[in-house]
Design a protein around this ligand. Structure first.
Ligand code: FE2
Ligand code: FE2
Length: 223
């Protein structure tokens, strides 16, 4: 990615890679999901860099948003069944646990805040931060949208079939103002229809994720 080595402190970069590798060993699907969320978030950052702020926070915050899942037993993360109430309670600890881990490893609060608050909702009622996401930095609200969009379109999720990108974008738009920041939802939509040649930050391994020109034209009609 552009400027990764140049702009992120070497120590933090190595720590980020190590902790992401640990997550991959613990639950590969969560690690791959995190890579996709980082890709989506960086597309959003390229679309609205002035609003979303530090590129380092955008990249590392999105890549590490779910590292707290290291504290969730693999059996829960990979459960083929709908989670019980107790299992969901354990799962929901990953946000706060991830933030604590990142702070303990020396990551700045801005990056830990992404892990802590990526399940916050625009109108309140998320976890562990139950207040309105309006009070959170724009990058946290952006990662929340990227995270949900990837979860909706992920074909590897148990219990429900994936949505197509168009349906997922409609769902994000429908939930803008209640679940999601309306501005972040609009940035996601804009980022997905940017021409491929304008997305030079993309990792080569992720090229298949991005819509073809025809699919981008189709996505551009979603309101
Ligand atoms: Fe999460
Ligand atoms: Fe996530």
């Amino acid at each position: 990615m552009d400027g990764f080595g140049a702009r992120v402190g070497l120590a933090l970069e190595l720590r980020a890679r190590r902790i992401h590798d640990r997550l991959h060993r613990h639950h590969p699907d969560s690690a791959v999901h995190s890579l996709r969320v980082a890709e989506i978030t960086m597309g959003m950052w390229r679309t609205a860099p002035d609003l979303l702020g530090s590129v380092e926070t955008a990249l590392l915050g999105s890549l590490l948003h779910d590292v707290g899942k290291l504290c969730v037993p693999r059996e829960i993360l990979a459960s083929p069944h709908l989670l019980t109430w107790e299992e969901r309670a354990v799962m929901s600890t990953h946000a706060a646990q991830g933030a604590e881990m990142l702070l303990a490893m020396g990551f700045p609060e801005a990056i830990a805040a992404v892990a802590r608050c990526h399940h916050a909702r625009w109108a309140g009622g998320g976890y562990p931060f139950s207040g309105s996401a309006r009070r959170l930095p724009p990058i946290v609200r952006a990662v929340a949208v990227a995270d949900a969009f990837d979860a909706m379109t992920d074909p590897g999720r148990e219990h429900r079939p994936p949505l197509g990108r168009r349906e997922a974008l409609r769902e994000v738009a429908a939930c803008a103002g209640t679940h999601f920041d309306p501005v972040a939802a609009a940035i996601l939509a804009d980022s997905l229809v940017r021409p491929a040649e304008d997305q030079t930050w993309r990792a080569p391994a992720m090229r298949s994720f991005w819509p073809s020109p025809a699919a981008r034209a189709d996505l551009a009609t979603v309101h």
